[in-house]
Every structure is written in structure tokens, then in C-alpha cells.
Design a protein around this ligand. Sequence first.
Ligand SMILES: [Zn+2]
Length: 321
Amino acid sequence: MPSSRKISAHQTTSEREQPTLSPEDLTPVRPTPVIAANGVPVLRIAAWDKPGSRTSAWLWHGLSTRIGGLSRAYCAEDAPGEMNLGFTAHDDREIVARNRRLLVEAVTGNSETPLITLRQIHSSVLVVGSASTADRSAPWKGDGLMTDEPGLLLGVQTADCIPVLVADRKRRVVAAFHAGWRGTVKRIVESGVGRMRLEFGSRPEDLTAAIGPGVGPCCYAVGEEVLSSFESQFPYGRELFHEAHDADPAHSRASSLHIDLVEANRRQLLAAGLKPTAVHATGGCTSCMSHLFFSHRASGGHAGRMMSVIGVRPRKAGNSA
Ligand SMILES: [Zn+2]
């Protein structure tokens, strides 16, 4: 675009001159999972896996899809099993536990690697994880996890909300965040990076982040109250919204307001000091790519959960480093 005119942070409703877009214009690129050695498809961040990168030797990570697994709660009778990773009301607890071990094995090569998860509450509550956290019978409540302890996986569950993974390439610290619109307004990711600095001395320039799939700007129609919340908290709040034609012609309104939560969380990572080139996104929309992802909204609440995991690989025994 040749225009260099900046969008004012204080536009009023009448000043909004954004074009109305079609949902297709706003649909993120569909990601392609990588099939792990145990057959489970996971989304990987190519930049983190690149040989010689500052993460490939020590970082564990993976973002699940609904494909693979043993769960029968959310698929047709004749379909193969699915990868539900949440202890939801409709699914068998033992099946979900087996799916979790499959994901852990897909990422670490060992199904017994401890996995720390949270009871997620759409907050900005952060938990520093350790082996003792993993042993708790009742999970901590919160929406962000971080650790520098090798040999653990941190996991956040999503089915429309945005998973965000962060790694400190120098100090070998990892973090996982669950960011729906409420957690995003509460700055879960921005405050999470601040906590990494406080707890572990992480420097923003050493951090790299991955933003996983959630409900995309193509599908996430929200009310004016969501716009007001973001405008009250962020000078760039309005820029996170698009006016989009309704995909469903039965709706009487011609268009509605759609929020881009991936962009919202990218902006928080940049505000926290990460370099733009260090922030990666998997792409994908959980709502309109329903064969690939679970979606709470698209399924009317009857959905499994995906999980995004990150961890520090233990140094090999005998390696004195
Ligand atoms: Zn979509």
C-alpha cells in the first residue's frame, strides 16, 4: 500500500473507514501437520526445528490437531478415533489419558514424560511449573505456565482460544499460554513475558514465540462490548477488528464485527519486546477447518480439546555440559 497515513488510535465509530471483507478474505492459511514417529500428526514450528537454529537441539514442542488418537466422543461412528486431549464431560477419562500419552510420546519420544496442565479459567494467572507441580492430583488454576526445568512438558488446551508458546533461546526457559478474548484483554501473554523476565532473567530479544490455531478472523464474530474492551485497554485495539460479511445468509445483519486474536497476541508479544521475526504463527482456523481442529463455537459446545505443548529436553547423561 503506498499510503503512509497512520490509523488514529482514537477513531470514533463514524470514523471507521474499513472496507467490509468476506470471510474468505480473512481466512488464515491452512497448516499441514507433521506425522510423528508414533503416527500422531502435530503442527511444528519450522523455524524452531531448523538445523543449527538456537532451539533445535534442546526445545520440545508440538501443537495437536483433532486427527489421530483413540477418542470416539466427537466423531461419527465409522470415523477413526480422534485426539481429544481434554477431560471433557462426554469423553472417557482413560481414553483422554491415553491420548495425552500419545501426544507426549509424539513430541518427546517417551510417553512417560511428565505433562503439566492447568485448570484454565480465562484469567491472567501464571504458574511456574516444576516436577512437583506435575505430581499434584488437582491441577493449578490459571492460564499460563512456565519453567526452566528440563524433562517436563507444559500444555495448554484449546478449542477456539489461542495457544501461545514462548521459548528463551539463551536461558532455555519455556512458557505456554491460553488466550481467549478475555485472557487476551487481561494481557496474559504480555504479562507472561514480564514474569519470564522476573523469574528467570529472560531478555525479550532472546525470546521466540509461536501462536497456534484458534477461531480465525474469518469466523469470530463478536459484539460491540468486545470492541469496547479492547479499545479501553490497547491504543491499537480498533485495528484488531474487521467488518466482515456474515457467512450465514440467515442472519438479518449484512455484516458483523470480527476479531483477530492471533494479531492481538502478536501485538502483545511485540509490546513485550520480542522481535517481529521471532514471532511465528501456525495459521489455521478452528471454526472453518473442522476436519482438522476441534471448535467449541462451530460444534455448539460439543467439542474435544487440542493441546499445545513445550518443554526443555534434558541434557543427555554423560554430557557434562
Ligand atoms: Zn474460519
